[in-house]
Every structure is written in C-alpha cells, then in structure tokens.
Design a protein around this ligand. Sequence first.
Ligand code: SF4
Ligand code: SF4
Length: 56
Amino acid sequence: MAYVISGDCISCGSCEGNCPVGAISQGAEHYEIDAGACIDCGTCAGTCPVGAISQG
Ligand code: SF4
Ligand code: SF4
C-alpha cells in the first residue's frame, strides 16, 4: 500500500528530495508518488507542510 498525495498539495517540492527511492515527482496538477517505487517508509508524509501525503 503506497503513500499517496492528495489535491491539497501546493507543489512546494519539499517532499521530493526526501524520498530515499526517488518515487516522488511533479505531476500535471500536483506532485505524485510512483506507487510501484514507494517502499512505504513514511518519510515524505512528515515533510509536507499542508498534510497532503497519507498512506493510501
Ligand atoms: Fe518515498 Fe517513503 Fe514517501 Fe514512499 S513513503 S514516497 S518511499 S518517502
Ligand atoms: Fe505537495 Fe506536500 Fe510534497 Fe509540498 S511536501 S510538493 S505540498 S505533497
């Protein structure tokens, strides 16, 4: 069960560099997590200023 980024994302970019496997990238409308690459470490969720990242 990968982590997911909701529509609350303001595209600040702070989560991207904190993912150990590079699963986060900028998508068309907001940042996105590659479910196939995410290892569920949870690090990104703690870096989001608006709480847009949660376990899916
Ligand atoms: Fe990357 Fe961990 Fe967030 Fe998954 S939970 S996107 S592996 S930082
Ligand atoms: Fe979006 Fe949160 Fe990541 Fe910033 S830290 S890009 S608001 S998901």
